[in-house]
Design a binder for this molecule. Structure first.
Ligand SMILES: [Cu+2]
Length: 109
């Protein structure tokens, strides 16, 4: 016989699974998440030689395009990734070519 405690436990498990599935996952180190028409984090500071990866979690396509064209992802659909290794120190400003108000920067030092 299913007790009230069993039922509450089962309910908690279901709710936790639901929350885990639908919560937005935090960015991994050296990963920039594109979500809700924004780069997160908008400023990422890394050491020279670091590979930085952008991942699009929006349903809309986006790009990561350097302001000075030193790098340019192809159009990233939902779930697509773009990686770039930054070897030289500097400030790398970039934007989304499809939504130019979306901006971010990678600081390499
Ligand atoms: Cu965009």
């Amino acid at each position: 016989m299913l007790t009230k405690r069993h039922f509450l436990f089962a309910l908690a498990v279901v709710l936790l699974a639901f929350a885990f599935t639908y919560s937005s996952q935090p960015a991994e180190p050296n990963e920039i998440v594109i979500q809700n028409f924004a780069f997160e984090p908008s400023t990422l500071t890394v050491k020279p030689g670091t590979k930085v990866t952008w991942v699009n979690r929006d349903d809309e396509p986006h790009t990561a395009t350097a302001t000075d064209k030193r790098f340019n992802s192809k159009t990233l659909e939902n779930g697509d990734r773009f990686s770039m290794e930054f070897t030289q120190p500097g400030i790398y400003k970039y934007y989304c070519a499809l939504h130019p108000k979306m901006t971010g920067q990678v600081i390499v030092k």
